[in-house]
Design a protein around this ligand. Structure first.
Ligand code: DQA
Length: 149
């Protein structure tokens, strides 16, 4: 089983960015934790970050046929990118939406996710553990789904 982990804009700054909200783990730390869990679970994981909506869309398109599921932190795009939502819906892969912070306990504009209705589910508020739980959820959902490709 292969899982793609996609990180959206500004997540390359994790470790120094608003640490009271996002914690002190860097993106490299998170990717290393994901790789260690993947090894434990006997699966493969590939991690990729971009600040660009179009690059994230291209990666979702390219995931078809190469990955069984996606763990996706769309970051700020969560709240308004219909293009990313449509890409998630189009690729037919199970996508688990994850957030480090609890987006439902923050500003009003963060409470709405345009991705959630087309995601397999959402995990929000557990810091780095959101990603690790997201990987476990992606594996569980991919194992039960008949691939649509
Ligand atoms: C985030 C929450 C978003 O609202 C924010 O724009 C981010 C990070 C999170 O992981 O908590 O960049 O997705």
């Amino acid at each position: 089983m292969r899982v793609l982990v996609l990180h959206g804009p500004n997540l390359n700054l994790l470790g120094t960015r608003e640490t009271a909200i996002y914690g002190t783990a860097s993106l490299e730390d998170i990717d290393a934790r994901l790789k260690a869990l993947a090894a434990e679970l006997g699966i493969e994981v590939e991690c990729f970050q971009s600040n660009s909506e179009s690059v994230l869309i291209e990666h979702l398109h390219a995931a078809r046929g190469r990955f069984d599921a996606v763990v996706f932190n769309p970051a700020a795009f969560t709240h308004y990118s219909i293009a990313l939502r449509d890409a998630v819906a189009a690729v037919g892969l199970p996508v688990v939406e994850v957030h480090l912070s609890n987006i439902h306990a923050r500003e009003d504009f963060r409470r709405r996710s345009v991705i959630a209705p087309v995601a397999a589910g959402q995990i929000s508020g557990f810091g780095v553990d959101s990603y690790l739980l997201g990987l476990r959820a992606a594996v569980a959902v991919a194992a039960r789904e008949v691939p649509s490709r």
